[in-house]
Design a protein around this ligand. Structure first.
Ligand code: GDP
Length: 440
């Protein structure tokens, strides 16, 4: 996410770090580089200029030149300003109605339908809601089908009327259906066009007026940079929406949209989409995003994800096994499944402070555990529970069965061994405290 911008900002701060003595000249140079980095990230000129002016004023106010660690202080000022620019506080979605009605808007291809599914899934699994998805695209039968496919995937009912060409009517009927059948959230996916046009705007404005949603979200593809900001403006002028959803942040996005959209339309970014799968949705936290942009990772989100997957019962069982020296490859496999549930590897690595930068040229496969899983699956149950019986002959068989090389099997055995030893150590005093601190 935003690798290029992170890189450039890092270089800008280096101007300060590299000097024994800080002068107003190298502070000015740093700010010039910060501005250039923002412009390269597709932040518009005025916003970038105002930004660096504010940073400069703050830096002067806090006497950057005379502090012991001017570089760090500058990073902090930039971080605070970035957070402010992206909205300051985290903004939630309004779920006050019963049912709460959420209207989705945006151009075709922005990721609206995908996001409707993600949001339904999020509300169902994390907020205990019973959502109904509504297909209101009256032009493209394929769009209706797509929503049904998404609904099936996540086990959420989809309301559609394929023969009806009146979007307002469909939306109204869907709300009636929701009320009669105990749905407490209605998510209305509307038709999009490739570009902003009058007919589309009228149609969605009519639906908006008729169903009076509690929450209107505007979905936009972050890869489109300044265009995303312009489209947001056009939709906001008509719909006065409540919040923005930025999709495709997993791609090679420059970051301009994330940084500027709030200050242009004065509406917060509420969610981000980070992949095509139904769980690739995150609540947008301006301060965590600023951390990520500045290459500081996002430990809070990482720990949150770990906690979501944390199963007390399982953890207790695991501890017992470790204590009795019974930790085997089946347990290892379970651990891998849990890590995989936390999200894709690239995304997770990006949350570790410094790791994103250190590994930016390393190709991380989405399914980084593929080989490990194949190797373990090729082991017999007794080999999995008692790895010490795996001798040379068995290794050859396992490598063959899993389509890997003996070296890879060896490597896994070694990693497993180290991990078992480390876990055993964690059982001791210091480790226990650490595990407790992490919610264990
Ligand atoms: P709609 O026309 O606005 O309903 O857009 P779709 O939901 O059909 O999405 C368009 C394309 O973008 C599809 O291929 C999606 O799989 C893809 N997509 C949507 N959201 C994301 C995202 O967050 N990340 C990535 N990489 N792809 C996405």
């Amino acid at each position: 996410m935003f690798d290029n911008l992170t890189d450039k900002l890092d270089k800008a701060f280096h101007i300060l770090k590299g000097h024994g003595k800080i002068t107003d000249v190298n502070v000015a140079d740093t700010l010039k580089e910060v501005r250039r980095a923002l412009l390269d990230a597709d932040v518009n000129f005025k916003i970038a200029k105002d930004f660096t002016t504010r940073v400069k004023d703050k830096a002067i106010g806090s006497d950057v030149l005379t502090t012991l660690q001017p570089g760090q202080l500058m990073v902090k000022i930039v971080k605070d300003e970035l957070t402010e620019l992206m909205g300051g506080e985290t903004a939630g979605v309004n779920l006050s109605g019963n049912p709460s009605i959420i209207l989705m808007s945006g151009l075709q291809g922005s990721g609206k339908t995908t996001f409707s599914g993600k949001l339904a899934n999020f509300l169902k699994t994390k907020k205990n809601k019973k959502p109904l998805l509504v297909a209101c695209d009256i032009y493209r039968p394929a769009a209706i089908n797509q929503l049904h496919v998404v609904g099936d995937q996540i086990g959420v009912e989809v309301y559609s009327e394929p023969e009806n060409k009146n979007a307002v009517e469909i939306a109204q009927n869907a709300i009636k259906h929701a009320k009669a059948n105990g749905f407490n959230v209605v998510i209305v996916d509307t038709a999009g066009r490739l570009a902003v046009d009058e007919q589309m705007m009228n149609e969605i404005a009519n639906v908006h007026a008729a169903i009076q949603p509690h929450e209107t979200l505007f979905v936009v593809d972050s890869m489109t940079g300044q265009d995303a900001v312009n489209t947001a403006k056009a939709f906001n002028d008509r719909l006065d929406f409540d919040g923005v959803v930025l999709t495709k942040l997993d791609g090679d996005t420059r970051g301009g949209a994330a940084i500027t959209i709030k200050s242009v339309v004065n509406k917060p970014i509420k969610f981000i989409g980070t992949g095509e799968k139904m769980d690739a949705i995150d609540v947008f936290h301006p301060s965590r995003m600023a951390d990520r942009i500045l290459g500081m990772g996002d430990v809070v989100s990482l720990v949150e994800r770990a906690q979501e997957q944390y199963d007390e019962e399982e953890a207790r069982k695991l501890q017992k096994k470790i204590a009795k020296n019974e930790f085997g490859f089946d347990d290892f496999l379970t651990q891998i499944q849990q890590i995989k549930k936390m999200g894709n590897m690239k995304d997770l690595v990006g949350m570790i402070p410094g790791a994103g930068k250190a590994l930016k040229d390393v190709e991380i496969e989405d399914d980084a555990f593929k080989h490990i899983e194949a190797i373990i699956h090729s082991m017999t149950p007794s080999e999995r529970s008692k790895p010490s019986i795996i001798d040379g002959k068995r290794k050859i068989r396992i490598a063959k069965g899993s389509g890997t090389k003996v070296e890879q099997v060896n490597q896994l055995m070694k990693q497993f061994d180290q991990m078992s030893k480390m876990m055993k150590m964690m059982q001791g005093g210091a480790g226990k405290n650490l595990m407790r601190a992490m919610g264990g």
